[in-house]
Design a protein around this ligand. Sequence first.
Ligand SMILES: [Zn+2]
Length: 486
Amino acid sequence: MDIVRFYLYVALLSSSVISLDCVGQNSSELFIKNNEYNFSDSLLPYVKFKDNVQIFTHGKIIDGSGKSILEDQTLIIENGLIKEFGSSNDIKLLDLSADEAGGVEVVNLRGKTIIPGIIGMHNHLHIPQFPNLGEVAAKLYLASGVTTIQTCGATDSDAELLLSEQIKSGQKLGPEIIPSAPFITGEGGNPNMIIPKDEQHLRDTMLYWIDRGIKWFKVYRNINPKDLKTVIDLAHDHGGKVRGHMCSLTFEQASNLGIDGIEHGLNSASDFRTDKDYGICNGGREYMDELVINSSEVVNLQKTMIKNHVFLTSTLAIFESSIPNRSYANKESLISMSPYLKSQYEARRNDFNDEIKDSTRNQRFKRIMEFEYQFFKMGGLLCSGVDAGRHILPGFGDQRNFILHRETGFTTEEAIQIMTANGAKALGRTDIGSIQIGKRADFIILDGDLQDNPNVINKVETVFKNGIGYDPKKILNSIKGGFGRE
Ligand SMILES: [Zn+2]
């Protein structure tokens, strides 16, 4: 790493001279100015960069917009925001006073890639069997480059709210958390979720969480049509959003009722199910084996979703984990898993070996990918999330999604867009999701060329959130064997 002191840079492109005002005048100001993005001393061991101004040169930038990769870029951040970026040829750094105090660290990123912080749109703080793994999950997310999550349903909304506040105030490590109310389902659904007794009960419950500051609601497979309408209308009246893991209602019905987001792609579409009854979660998935993705019935459904501004969230990594010949945990995940989760994984792997030739699941997986590709290409808002479970861990599963989006046929730029800017758009956020002047300095430095090698997504060197750079290795070291203990 080259460390040079500068206090002025000249943007030749605009022929203007821009001074990094506070720098070089009073170095003690630097830290104070970062107060807005405060963090407690307990987080200091994980912090790599905390200066008010930081300059990165000669990196490749994938900005999240889906546009072509930008080569040899200089990126300057200040006060937690992206102040400037452009070609390293156009932004010249002038060493006007190398000895003066208050200099700025300049980091050479040749051979490395910068992408926006990942926005995980189906990123729970729990997994099956473990209702609250919030703190460890939050660390895993951050260490993997996920800087914002919408949890898409909570098993413990109080815990989510608390952790989200603790992270915001710098007491705990993690991404920005946009919490969810408890899942809402219907008759016959999971008894741990809210099953509305009547409309008043449903409204009372939702208003309770809205009062607590939660705006995101998740409906689950057994929701009945009348309740879904109530949930959508009440949430929208209060500036909230509704997402659904559908089954009882089809994607088309939910879209026409005004749902905001639909989860898991084709796998949870009951639109094409055989023997399905209205408002009931029944019927089989055999339809998937015959379904032609570019047929008019599928295209028309996707048109309906797009017309109603429904975003679709892809959760490929968790689907892949149930396909025998593809179901392998990566090394980092195994290191982070508790002995119990590891033994479960090993037992599952042993069972899988006997049915390794399962081609049905492989083919269905391909169809799920085709459905997402077509939705995106038709102009649909496709997002991405991990939906952690089995050996798919928070964060590592988000990284796996990138590889799977590439396998789907998306370019590197499109895959990053799906995982970053599209999430921001679905969240209605303009301050995050892409590398753009004025946006929050949430980005990841990857140690390698992501375009040449998709596996570079796993090589997170530094994660910036609000302009503070965290060290993934140190975060991961603090949780060895810790995911899946309570
Ligand atoms: Zn989920």
